[in-house]
Design a protein around this ligand. Structure first.
Ligand code: T4K
Length: 396
C-alpha cells in the first residue's frame, strides 16, 4: 500500500532563487506526519459515526490494541490519549515515588511525567555515542530514595537494556522505558515492549507512527496492564463501581482508526526513511566534522530521526548551521537542547545538575535533526546539504 501524504515539497524548478541557493517556498519541517490510505481512513470514520460509539474502549480501540501488541510480539498494549499520560499512568501503576533516575537529554515530557506526580526526576548522564542512559552514571545517582529508572530509547535506538535491568535487580528498583521514538524497533531480535516492567509509546502526529495524538503502554505483565486499564478509565469496573484511583487516559475510536490505517502502510514509511537516511549519508561524506548517528543494520529500526552531529572538526557551529537552514525555510531542529535540567522547573530545583551531565551538555550542543519521511526526496536532500556546504565553504 502506498503512503498518500499530500505532496509538501515543490519540485526544484518551482523553487525560488535566494542568492546562490534555491529556497523552499513552503517550510520544510521535521516531523511531518506519515499518513496512510485516506479512503480507508474515511471509510473507518464513517463506520464509527454510523455505530455511534466514539470512545470508552470501543471496538476500534480494541482492534488497534491487538494489532499493536501483535506487531511488537508483546502480551498487552494499553492504548492512551497521548504518550505523556501513558508515562504518568505507567509511573503510577508501578508505584514509583521519591526519586526516579532519567536522562536529561530527552523531551521534557519524560521529566514532567514524574514531577507532575510529586516524584523527583534525578538526571543521569548519557553515553556520548548512544545518546542513551549510561548505566555507570545511573548507578552513581542511586540513593535510598530511588524507586525506579526510566530509560529513553532516544531516536529509536534501544537503551543499554541489559545493564539497566542488572542495576534494577541489584537495587530492587522498577525499570521502565520511554519508547516514544521506538515504535517497532528491536534489540537483539526482541521487539520494544518486552524490556523492563513496561515501555511507553507515543503516537503523536510527529512520530514515525501516529494516531493524531495518542500513546500506549506495552507490557508482558498482565496484572500491571489490568491496573493501567482501570487507571485510564477513572478506576471504573462496571457501571457504578470505582475500585482504583484513576484519570481519563482513554484513546478515541477516531485516533485508533488513524492508527489502524497507518499500520497498513508502515513498511512503506520505513522504506522511505531508510532511503532518505542513505541519501543523507552519501551527501554527508563531503562535509568536514559532521556525521549522522548510526542505526544497527542487523536490527529493525524505524529510521524516523535523521540526527546530525556537528563535531569539533567542523569549521562552523551547530547554531550557525541551524540558522543557515532556517534562512532557507528548512526548519531543522535542535532536539533536545538544552537538556531538561536547563529548563523550568528543573533549572531552579537542581541548579548544579549540569556538573554531572558532561556528555548531555556536549551532545545537546551538537545535534541537528533534519527532515525526513515520504515527502522528502534525493533532490531536497541535496539542497539541504548544499546549504550546509556553502556555509562551510564561506568560512574556509
Ligand atoms: N517522550 C519522548 C522522548 C518524546 O519525544 C515525547 C514527545 C513524549 C515522551 C511525549 O509524547 P506525547 O505526549 O507528545 O505523545 C514534538 C511533539 O509535540 C512531541 O510529541 C514529541 N515528543 C517531540 C519530540 O516533538 P515539538 O515542540 O517539536 O512540536 P511542534 O509543534 O514544533 O512540531 C514539530 C514539527 O512537526 C513542526 O515544525 C511541524 C511538524 N508538524 C507538527 C504537527 C503537530 C506537522 O507537520 N503537523 C502536525 O500536525 O514537539
Amino acid at each position: 500500500m502506498t503512503v498518500s501524504n499530500k505532496k509538501q515539497i515543490v519540485s526544484r524548478k518551482d523553487l525560488a532563487i535566494n542568492g546562490a541557493l534555491p529556497a523552499f517556498v513552503e517550510p520544510l519541517h521535521v516531523g511531518r506526519p506519515n499518513i496512510g490510505n485516506r479512503d480507508a481512513f474515511l471509510q473507518r470514520i464513517n463506520d464509527i459515526l454510523d455505530r455511534g460509539w466514539l470512545t470508552n474502549n470501543g471496538p476500534v480501540v480494541q482492534e488497534f490494541e491487538q494489532r499493536v501488541a501483535d506487531y511488537h510480539s508483546v502480551k498487552n498494549c494499553v492504548a492512551m490519549c497521548n504518550g505523556t499520560v501513558a508515562l504518568e499512568i505507567a509511573i503510577r501503576s508501578l508505584g514509583l515515588s521519591g526519586e526516579v533516575i532519567v536522562p536529561s537529554f530527552t523531551f521534557i515530557a519524560t521529566a514532567h511525567a514524574l514531577h507532575w506526580q510529586a516524584i523527583n526526576p534525578v538526571f543521569a548522564d548519557i553515553d556520548s555515542e548512544t545518546h542513551t542512559l549510561d548505566p555507570v552514571a545511573v548507578e552513581k545517582m542511586i540513593t535510598s530514595r530511588t524507586t525506579g529508572i526510566i530509560g529513553v530509547h532516544l531516536w529509536g535506538r534501544p537503551c543499554a537494556v541489559e545493564e539497566l535491568q542488572l542495576l534494577a535487580d541489584k537495587y530492587n528498583l522498577k525499570l521502565m522505558f520511554d519508547a516514544a521514538h521506538a515504535f517497532g524497533c528491536m534489540y537483539k531480535g526482541t521487539s520494544i515492549g518486552a524490556f523492563g516492567d513496561c515501555e511507553v509509546l507515543s503516537f503523536h502526529a510527529t512520530k514515525f507512527f501516529n494516531t493524531f495524538e495518542g500513546g500506549a503502554v506495552l507490557t508482558n505483565d498482565d496484572e500491571l496492564a489490568d491496573t493501567m486499564r482501570l487507571m485510564r478509565n477513572f478506576g471504573f469496573i462496571g457501571m457504578d463501581k470505582v475500585i482504583h484511583p484513576g484519570t481519563n487516559g482513554k484513546m478515541t475510536e477516531f485516533a485508533a482508526a488513524m492508527g489502524l490505517v497507518n499500520l497498513d502502510s508502515i513498511d512503506d514509511v520505513i522504506q522511505a526513511n531508510i532511503r532518505n537516511y542513505q541519501l543523507y549519508q552519501e551527501e554527508l561524506s563531503a562535509l568536514p566534522g559532521i556525521r549522522l548517528i548510526s542505526y544497527d543494520k542487523l536490527e529493525r529500526n524505524n529510521y524516523q530521526y535523521i540526527v546530525m552531529e556537528v563535531g569539533d572538526g567542523c569549521p562552523v557551529s551547530r547554531d550557525q548551521i541551524i540558522n543557515a537552514l532556517h534562512a532557507e525555510n528548512i526548519r531543522a531542529r535542535r532536539y533536545f537542547w538544552p537538556g531538561c535540567h536547563n529548563m523550568s522547573p528543573y533549572s531552579d530545583l537542581y541548579p548544579h545538575a549540569g556538573l554531572l551531565l558532561t556528555n548531555t551538555q556536549l551532545v545537546a550542543d551538537r545535534i541537528v535533526v533534519l527532515p525526513t519521511g515520504a515527502t522528502i526526496n534525493a533532490e531536497v536532500i541535496k539542497i539541504i546539504f548544499s546549504v550546509i556546504r556553502v556555509l562551510i565553504e564561506d568560512v574556509q
